[in-house]
Design a protein around this ligand. Structure first.
Ligand SMILES: Nc1nc2c(ncn2[C@@H]2O[C@H](COP(=O)(O)OP(=O)(O)OP(=O)(O)O)[C@@H](O)[C@H]2O)c(=O)[nH]1
Ligand SMILES: [Mg+2]
Length: 201
């Protein structure tokens, strides 16, 4: 089974994307397997609504381990299953909290062996950080992803005001990326994401 990893800056909308994408593919509930840095596995069955309440937050670093779901996608007459894994957000700074440092290392480890990468960018954060170099982590994920292939960038939070022009900036800063504008909140752009995932599983 192919594994798709969701990576990006903390608070970019990775978890909300994962859960609303599962819903978009027809799931009403999900079995979430959480894998901590030290290898501890826990599995929970949650409705999508409960999972969103419990696992998404405005606070940075809500997700501190790998959270995987096995999802089904109809392709032609067949139904293909794939693993969608949400990760701890990664940032430039060496975090003071050891558990977050370990979780970031866990994210980087998975990025290297996952079959394909969905890189979530927060357009509202991008709009505020005009200075070049402020998006260092996103640049590094982009460079790794485009060199390795099987990589796509999801420009998230298109529902927020004044982010449309940021998408133009994104294409200039990340010229070789395939970019899909999405709103994880409203499931906008998910048809295009689904088509991309279908080509890779
Ligand atoms: N308006 C808007 N808000 C969004 C969207 N996607 C996510 N959010 C909000 O952004 C915040 C962070 O969302 P999460 O899904 O928890 O982000 P994350 O990337 O998993 O964050 P960490 O686990 O901390 O790295 C929450 O308050 C979400 O409701 C979007 O498309 N539009
Ligand atoms: Mg999260």
């Amino acid at each position: 089974m192919k594994e798709c990893v969701i990576v990006g800056y903390p608070n970019s909308g990775k978890t909300l994307f994962a859960l609303n994408f599962a819903s978009f593919l027809g799931s009403k509930s999900v079995d979430i397997t959480a894998r901590s840095y030290d290898g501890l596995l826990t599995c929970r069955h949650l409705s999508i609504a409960d999972a969103k309440t419990e696992l998404c937050s405005m606070a940075l670093h809500k997700t501190r381990l790998l959270q995987s779901m096995v999802l089904k996608m109809p392709i032609g007459k067949a139904t293909v299953t794939f693993k969608l894994t949400d990760t701890c957000g990664i940032s430039e700074q060496i975090h003071s909290d050891q558990s977050i440092r370990c979780a970031m290392a866990q994210t980087l480890g998975l990025v290297r062996c996952a079959d394909f990468i969905l890189h979530v960018i927060d357009l509202s954060r991008m709009r505020k950080s005009e200075a070049p170099g402020n998006n260092q982590i996103d640049q590094e994920i982009y460079q790794y992803g485009t060199a390795r292939q099987n990589y796509i960038m999801l420009a998230n939070k298109t529902d927020l005001p004044m982010v449309k022009e940021t998408i133009t900036r994104l294409t200039a800063e990340f010229p070789h990326a395939q970019i899909i504008p999405i709103s994880a909140l409203h499931s906008d752009g998910f048809k295009e994401v689904k088509a991309y995932v279908a080509r890779n599983i």
